[in-house]
Design a protein around this ligand. Structure first.
Ligand code: NAP
Length: 490
């Protein structure tokens, strides 16, 4: 397979929060992998910044360790690691203080691409933006990258947008949703808009319903008190699942261009109908029963360290989109912690053929289903009805046309870049297509806020569910009453 990667210009990339978890686990290992694939041009600088006072050498050693821990062993060429490490610099900076900024300015070259990654708490975004300007470090071409969570409601998202807009134009702001960096998610656009096959039937006349599932086996232990202020709606639905829904539901953009794509996503979010309480099921996972075991899995109330918590670790909901394309085709979303398996997928279930000619197949018919797997094993599966082999009449059986991207694309597929790698390189290239625009984020909160406000007003109590299952039984009923079934989580 011939790779035609668009080359990037040399750049200076500053990572604020360089001593943190995200920087060590994702950002620097991702940059190293891009370096190995020849995408980091000679002369580029990667500059870590955080409050910790440490030398450049100690920081370089920290990143060496991060590469050893988070990059596959077969990619760990000692010589390459050292060449990469040579591009790293470090400056001790407090986002709220004025020390360190002149040193940073010294390191930044105005004649190359300048990008600033805010891998810190959102409360610091405004401070960083302000100081980058007041110290005359970021010019009008500089880019800033901000992490989730982008607000916890519409008011805080507006305030964040406003604090960034004081210093940067919208074309300079890259709001990360790492789901958009996943190859499969981008593939959704390729499948829909680079093939004639699906688009003519991609509407409520032919699609019965859509299921979007993001299931995790882990609980919230370790970050329970942080998660407890968020919950599945804020942590997963308002951002990641909303983006997946947009990719399925949006109209074809006129061009694969940042604003053309984001305009179409925004129209979908604005067309989302309010969700009545009866179309939502919230849950909280239970712990393992206490017995003589020394190790037992705690329940959500223990993990969150809040025995009174009303925060959901599971959410299932039926969402309707009020436009011509999707009228009467519900989208069912479900996400949860401590479920049976770790799986993320989108399943599009098509309607029955208008008339059956196979009398003997009575009762065996099953709908066509297109399943797009985000994890594990990214790929697609199209379920089709065919004739069951052998004599004895025309019996039908459903078979999958299954494609694993890693297998189908050979080496190129096995080496698919991590979402962060892809997105960071898009920042350097100046391509905002896979980043959320300010109005998109606000529209998503405007839809989410009343749902959460209703739970708060009613003191809505999440239903308990056993760990290792597919969530609360009531979620099954959400589908059953519509004559539908969730796909098995496996
Ligand atoms: P973290 O481990 O707590 O790291 C925070 C970083 O910010 C540290 O490097 C810390 O270094 C630095 N910092 C704190 N206060 C600072 C200040 N006043 N001035 C300058 N630097 C300061 O957090 P994280 O997990 O890496 O997350 C970073 C951001 O990414 C957060 O917004 C988080 O919500 C988001 N995010 C993280 C993940 C993830 O998997 N970790 C996933 C999605 C989004 P010093 O203490 O040395 O200053």
């Amino acid at each position: 397979m011939v790779s035609r990667v668009i080359p990037v210009e040399p750049f200076d990339l500053v990572i604020f929060g360089a001593t943190g978890d995200l920087a060590n686990r994702k950002i620097f290992p991702g940059l190293f992998r891009r370096f190995l694939s020849g995408q980091i041009p000679d002369g580029s600088r990667m500059i870590g910044a955080a409050r910790t006072e440490q030398s450049r050498e100690i920081f370089q050693d920290q990143i060496r360790q991060a590469i050893r821990t988070f990059v596959k062993p077969d990619k760990q060429d000692a010589k390459q690691i050292e060449t990469f490490i040579d591009c790293l610099h470090y400056v001790a900076i407090d986002a709220r203080g004025d020390a360190g900024w002149p040193e940073l300015k010294e390191l930044i070259r105005p004649d190359v691409v300048n990008a600033f990654y805010f891998s810190v708490a959102p409360a610091l975004f405004g401070d960083l933006a302000e100081r980058l300007k007041t110290h005359a470090i970021a010019g009008s071409d500089a880019r800033i990258v901000v992490e989730k969570p982008f607000g916890r409601d519409l008011a805080s998202a507006r305030a964040l947008n406003k604090s960034l807009a004081e210093y940067f134009e919208e074309q300079q702001i890259y709001r990360i949703d790492h789901y958009l960096g996943k190859e499969t998610v981008q593939n959704l656009m390729a499948v829909r808009f680079a093939n004639i096959l699906f688009e003519p039937i991609w509407n409520s006349q032919y699609i019965d319903h859509v299921q979007i599932t993001v299931a995790e086996t882990v609980g919230v232990g370790g970050r329970g008190s942080y998660y407890d202020k968020s919950g599945a709606m804020r942590d997963m639905v308002q951002n990641h699942m909303m983006q997946l829904l947009c990719m399925i539901a949006m109209e074809p953009p006129y061009h694969f261009d940042p604003d053309a794509v984001r305009d179409e996503k925004l129209k979908v979010i604005r067309a989302l109908q309010p969700v009545p309480a009866g179309d939502i099921v919230r849950g909280q996972y239970l712990g393992e029963p206490r017995d003589d075991k020394t190790e037992r899995m705690p329940g959500y109330l223990e993990d969150s360290e809040n025995p009174e918590s009303l925060t959901e670790s599971y959410l299932a909901m039926r969402v309707n989109i009020a436009n011509w394309r999707w009228k009467n085709t519900p989208f069912y979303l479900r996400t949860g912690k401590r479920l049976r398996a770790r799986t993320s997928e989108i399943a599009i279930t098509f309607k029955e053929p208008p008339h059956s000619i196979f009398d003997e197949a009575e009762g065996t018919w099953q709908p066509n289903q297109l399943v797009i797997r985000l994890q594990p094993n990214e790929g697609m599966n199209l379920k089709m009805m065919i004739k069951e082999p052998g004599p004895g009449g025309m019996r039908l059986v459903q078979v999958p046309l299954d494609m694993s991207f890693a297998e189908a694309l050979g080496e190129g597929g096995a080496d698919m870049p991590d979402a962060y790698e892809r997105l960071i390189m898009d920042v350097i290239r100046g391509n905002q297509t896979l980043f959320m625009r300010g109005d998109e984020v606000e529209a998503a909160w405007a839809w989410t806020d009343p749902i959460i406000a209703d739970w708060d007003a009613r003191g809505d109590k999440p239903r308990p569910y056993d760990s290792g299952t597919s969530g609360p039984d009531d979620a099954l009923m959400l589908m059953h009453r519509d004559g539908r079934r969730w796909r098995h989580i496996k």
